[in-house]
Structures are given as structure tokens and as C-alpha cells.
Design a binder for this molecule. Structure first.
Ligand SMILES: Nc1ncnc2c1ncn2[C@@H]1O[C@H](COP(=O)(O)OP(=O)(O)OP(=O)(O)O)[C@@H](O)[C@H]1O
Length: 299
């Protein structure tokens, strides 16, 4: 049994008398990275605020490392990285992290190593006000790593960052998970969480409509895989007509296959070496799945 350090059971929350979270159950185990997705207003921030103990539930229960959010033990076990982390601009990165380390009771021992790890060793003695947004987010992650938290809640951690900074940040998040932290990442950036998380949870208007691995969600959604058949010498029209596929250019035909028919179709095309030169396969991605689950039933 995985050790579930963030455990949310039947969580309901009303805001201004309206339910913004409805019977949400979601757990994150030690070392697991879970993406929390949903449209604006779906309830992601509310869920994170409840896990931080900033809002209290109206129904159900939330436990962080077995403790009630907001309690002493839960606070020690939880780290939070907001979308735009704000620090004291007049302090240097090293001063800020040392201050936080003393407040957290960890001592300043790990500070230099952490600054190195998040790529801020060279900038450690510059004032934070001179840092770019990416550098501030990295300092935020150094802070998250400082306490070796049982649970890390990251709210849009890469928003506004360039692609390289995003990759850097995810590499640090991977390391955080590898050291045993349960990581919950609220995000709108589908393509990056697709490769960087173990499980996908999708909120739609306060309800959890998906909570599984990408592979299992794909299977459940039954979304088609696209086979692009690269056809030899001028046979694209004929192939399109025979298969009901769509000709994309003079040499290729796209055929969509459901999960049940994919292998059969692959075998069929592979057995036509005189007509088929190549087969490219594109499985449904997170964007397709997100559209399926986040908008299902919504007109
Ligand atoms: N302080 C508040 N008082 C009343 N309702 C609120 C308050 N804050 C948020 N809400 C409502 O709660 C619902 C969920 O909002 P929440 O901020 O949790 O969504 P979100 O998924 O984090 O959205 P986003 O992606 O825009 O950050 C929304 O309908 C929002 O209008």
C-alpha cells in the first residue's frame, strides 16, 4: 500500500453559499507527483487553501501527514509555492533562505547546497529585487526543499517562465518527489505536466471528474489514436477511399482508430509493404483528454 500523505476524503466547500468543491476525494502518496487541472474557477486554489489550513472544509476531511491542516504538525509537514512567490527584495537570496531556515528551525547548514541545487549559487549574494521571475521561483523551490516537507503544494509554479526555466523547475520538482515528498501541482500548462507527473486529477466546477494515470484515462476516454499512413507512389487517394481516412498530402493518409481497433489496423497496414512506406502513430495527448474530461457534459 502506498503511503498517502495528503488525504482528501469527500471534501465539500461552500463559498458565498455556493458549493465550489463537491465531495472531492484525492490522495497523494509519498514520492508521487499529481497534476491538479481545471478551468479557471474549477476549485483548484480553494482545495490548496484548505490543504494549507487557510480555509476550513464544510464537509469531508483533509489530512496532511495524518494531521489536520493548519495544525502545528501539518504546517511542519507542508510546503507551499505560490504562482508568484514574493520575498524581501532588499535581502540577498542567501540571506532570505538563511532567515527562512532559522525560522523553520533547520539551521543554515543546508542553505549553500540548496542554492547550488536550484542554480542560484552565482546569484546567492545579489539582492532578490534584481532576480528574474524564474530565479525567484527557484528560490521558492529552495525554500520548499528546505524543510524536506511530506507534502508540497505548488500553484502554477511555472507560469510566466521561459521553456528552459520551466524544465529546470520540473527537474527540481522531480528531485523533491524522489526524496519522498508528495507533490500536488495545480496547473494550466497541460503539455508540461503531461510528461512530468505520475497522475492527473481534473476538477470540473468543483467536482473531481478524473483521477488516474494518463494511460488509464486514455483507455477510459476511448479517444482515438491517429495513424498517419505514408503511402507509396501516388496511391494516397486510393488508400483514403479504401480506409475512410483523410488524405493529408500527396503521400499520407490519416486514419483514426479506437483503442480496440488500433492493433488490428496496425497489423493490416504493416502487411502492405508494397503500398505502405511508413506508419506514424500519435496517441491522444493530455490536451485531448483534458478537453474530454473537463468539458464532458458541458454544453
Ligand atoms: N473569496 C471568495 N469568496 C467567494 N467565492 C470565491 C472566493 N474565492 C473564490 N471563489 C469562487 O470559488 C470558485 C473556485 O475558485 P478557485 O479560485 O478555487 O478556482 P481555481 O480552479 O483555482 O481557478 P484559477 O485557475 O482561476 O485559479 C470560483 O467560482 C470562485 O468564484
Amino acid at each position: 500500500m502506498p503511503h498517502e500523505v495528503l488525504k482528501i476524503d469527500g471534501l465539500t466547500k461552500l463559498r458565498s453559499g455556493r458549493p465550489v468543491l463537491r465531495d472531492v476525494s484525492l490522495s497523494v502518496a509519498a514520492g508521487e507527483r499529481v497534476a491538479l487541472l481545471g478551468h479557471n474557477g474549477a476549485g483548484k486554489s480553494t482545495l490548496i487553501k484548505i490543504a494549507l489550513g487557510l480555509l476550513s472544509p464544510d464537509g469531508g476531511s483533509v489530512r496532511v501527514a495524518g494531521a489536520v491542516p493548519g495544525s502545528g504538525p501539518a504546517r511542519l509537514a507542508t510546503a507551499f509555492l505560490p504562482e508568484a512567490v514574493s520575498f524581501h527584495g532588499a535581502l540577498t537570496g542567501r540571506e532570505q533562505l538563511s532567515l527562512l531556515a532559522r525560522l523553520a528551525g533547520t539551521g543554515t547548514g543546508p542553505v549553500a547546497g540548496l542554492l547550488e541545487r536550484v542554480g542560484l549559487a552565482d546569484a546567492a549574494d545579489r539582492r532578490i529585487r534584481t532576480y528574474s521571475k524564474g530565479m525567484r521561483q527557484r528560490l521558492g523551490l529552495a525554500q520548499v526543499m528546505l524543510g524536506k516537507p511530506a507534502v508540497a503544494l505548488l500553484d502554477e509554479p511555472t507560469s510566466g517562465l521561459d521553456p528552459i526555466s520551466r524544465q529546470d523547475l520540473y527537474a527540481i520538482i522531480d528531485e523533491l518527489a524522489a526524496q519522498g515528498t508528495a507533490v500536488l501541482i495545480a496547473s494550466h500548462a497541460l503539455t508540461e505536466v503531461e510528461a512530468r507527473t505520475d497522475r492527473i486529477a481534473i476538477l470540473r466546477q468543483g467536482e473531481l471528474v478524473a483521477n488516474d494515470t494518463l494511460r488509464n484515462l486514455s483507455r477510459r476516454a476511448g479517444l482515438p489514436t491517429r495513424l498517419r499512413i505514408v503511402v507509396r507512389g501516388g496511391l494516397a487517394d486510393q488508400m483514403a477511399a479504401e480506409t475512410g481516412g483523410t488524405r493529408v498530402n500527396g503521400a499520407s493518409v490519416d486514419v483514426e482508430c479506437g483503442p480496440d481497433t488500433k492493433m488490428e489496423a496496425l497489423r493490416r497496414f504493416a502487411s502492405m509493404p508494397d503500398r505502405v512506406e511508413d506508419i506514424e502513430m500519435t496517441p491522444p495527448g493530455l490536451e485531448d483528454l483534458y478537453r474530454h474530461f473537463a468539458q464532458e457534459g458541458k454544453q
